[in-house]
Design a protein around this ligand. Structure first.
Ligand code: BGC
Length: 352
């Protein structure tokens, strides 16, 4: 009997010490992942992919979503730094609001990877991984040029622009990429903008909000297109804003349906593409980005230097941040099967 009790005691002690060793090992491998919001489909995919890939690589993950609220995101990052995370991966809500909390992370020697969106004016940012944001914009612009054959068609064509959140460093890259392609046609009068709203500040959409994009478009239509004026082009920087613009057109606009651009291939927008309500989107495979960031994390954790492929474009105000840019891919109703279904990103049922 005594022997049995002793054996049980020994087993329990061994189990306890193994558990302690394990949780120490785990806290040595904890990675914090801060995402902006669950409201937009892509961030759910980004978060889920990061979590899975990091776990597969043997890491523990503290994944948090901040409901697009800056104070919440700051608190989450603070908890991650204090909670023993060894690396922080952050998709910022407002690129300019993390300076103070990241200064604390830097004091603790916690490397920071800016995920998709650059974190501005903080010298705590070690690396940046994203898609080529300028190229997203040029692809949208080139699509418009080619679809309307702007080099040969007489025109003029009418256009309205909807851009992204001014607090998101990506938003200007998308806008500049598209405008660099379209500017010559605007300057020559082949493209006209009846609302007159053209510079980034007047076309930006706070929080990339569908509702705000829709409300703004309602006002533009009633002021400029209610008399039957044809609208040919809606340059929208991403899918959440394109969705709002399409909603507004459905409710208020009676002319021929314009070209509408987008980005992300969100399910609702792919459905709109299949219904002819959105012309194109840009596919940014979040699996590719997550895989690249996991490689970065792994390299940092092993004391190696992560792979980067762009060391000049992204200056966050404290200097150029070594970056890895993934390539965005053009998507429309003609190739969605190949790039979205055959690649296993969505099922047909997702889009039904
Ligand atoms: C991302 C886009 C996304 C937008 C709104 C940007 O920073 O790069 O993919 O559509 O944020 O969430």
């Amino acid at each position: 009997m005594k022997k049995k009790i002793l054996a049980m005691f020994l087993t329990a002690t061994m189990a306890l010490s193994m558990f302690a060793a394990c949780s120490k090992a785990n806290s040595d491998k904890k990675i914090g992942v801060a995402m902006p919001t669950k409201d937009l489909q892509r961030w759910n995919q980004d978060g889920a992919n990061m979590e899975k890939e990091l776990q597969d690589a043997g890491y523990d993950v503290d994944l948090q979503y901040a409901n697009n609220d800056v104070a919440t995101q700051v608190a989450q990052i603070e908890n991650m730094s204090n909670g023993g995370c060894k690396v922080l991966v952050i998709a910022a809500i407002d690129g300019d609001s993390l300076g103070t909390v990241l200064a604390t992370a830097k004091e603790k020697d916690i490397p920071v990877i800016a995920y998709d969106r650059l974190i501005m004016n903080s010298d705590a940012v070690s690396y940046y991984a994203t898609f080529d944001n300028y190229m997203v914009g040029t692809k949208q612009g080139e699509y418009i040029v080619n679809t309307l054959d702007l080099d040969n068609a007489a025109g003029p064509f009418t256009m309205e622009i909807t851009a992204g959140d001014p607090g998101d460093n990506n938003a200007k890259f998308f806008y500049n990429g598209a405008m660099d392609v379209l500017k010559p046609y605007i300057d020559s009068g082949k493209i006209v903008i009846p609302s007159g709203q053209k510079d980034f500040a007047s076309v930006a959409t706070a929080e990339w909000s569908t509702e705000k994009a829709q409300n703004r478009m309602d006002a533009i239509i009633s002021a400029n297109y209610a008399d039957g004026t044809q609208l040919d082009i809606c340059l929208c920087s991403n899918d959440s804003t394109a969705y709002g613009v399409a909603n507004s057109l459905s409710a208020n606009y009676t002319g021929n349906w314009p070209i509408i651009t987008g980005q992300d291939c969100d399910k609702l927008n792919v459905k709109n593409m299949l219904d002819g309500k959105q012309s194109m989107s840009i596919f940014k495979d979040t699996r590719t980005l997550a895989a690249q960031v996991v490689k970065m994390v792994d390299a940092i954790m092993k004391g190696e230097t992560p792979e980067t492929n762009d060391n000049e474009t992204y200056d966050n105000g404290t200097g150029v941040i070594p970056s890895y840019l993934c390539e965005p891919v053009f998507a429309d109703a003609s190739n969605y099967k190949e790039i979205l279904i055959d690649s296993g990103y969505y099922t047909e049922a997702d889009l039904a």
